[in-house]
Design a protein around this ligand. Sequence first.
Ligand code: ADE
Length: 346
Amino acid sequence: MTVELKKIIEPLLQWYEKEKRDLPWRHTTDPYKILVSEIMLQQTRVETVKEYYLRFMKELPTMEDLANVEEEKLLKLWEGLGYYSRAKNLKKCAQIVVNSKEKTLPSDYKKLTSLPGIGPYAAGSIASIAFGQKTPAIDGNVLRVMTRLYEDEREITLPIVRKHYFDLLQAIMPENTRDFTESLMELGALVCLPNTIPLCEKCPLNSFCQSYHHQTMLNFPTKKKMNERKIEEKTILIFQYQNTYAIQKRPSKGLLASMYEFLWKSPKLTKEEVIQELKKEKIEVEAIEALGEAKQIFSHIKWHMIGYHIIVKKPFKKSLWVTKDELKTKYSLPNAYKKYAKKIGV
Ligand code: ADE
């Protein structure tokens, strides 16, 4: 059984027309909006992105607005989405675009990939969704669909595998590039599911699918052994003085750059050890409460955390003391810290 790929187009587009989700970025052809949605969607679930996208568009409706936004406000809009370099690159990208002769996002795939934060996937999706270019967007969803279709055992992180499917899909891409790109992603998201039994009975491509034919769907895509993430232990200290909490700004480079955080120490400490440490630092404690353990996974590291809520008798310098309200509206707190903030109603 060989797959004649052209044959997938019609059933796929018909299925998409019937089954597609009503998503906010599907109501626009504005390249700016497509750009923002695709960057948000790269590492974040659709359900999460919806709300962030709508808020972002309300606050920054144009490329100029994004180019001129203050970093603090931008990070606040991105707070909770993770991978914050995406937001910073988006702003850099907007600045380059508004200062260019054309003042609009280029429609050309190669030119798109030369902009900050736009890799081959985003370039393919933006060019095909916003500009009608025949440039497939090869993401994890699409690679899952394709490797199952062909029972392709190759490792999907290999650039040659991406290139292979880019070329194959480009060769058959219909004029309706937008729906074609979105329909493949949608099939991966709704039917050709990862980490569970896919819904092959509902799949418009099942009659072409080699892995369905042999019932080997779960063997594809071939899983690469994950590089073990380095574990970092942290003790999160939420200091409270009256109705204010101590925070500090993270360095401008590296993980969670320029965001705000509660104070912390390494490694994980017991309550007694925290009390000892604070004594050494001459911080007078009125009360201390353990907030339990939590984990946060990033792309290359994992934080194993333990937290404490500590009421102090005097505020200490070096920290910014802010109210709950300010923490909610003004300062961007990464998810790792939010887990603890929530525990004390912040
Ligand atoms: N994932 C990435 N891009 C998407 C899009 N445009 N619609 C739905 N899911 C997506």
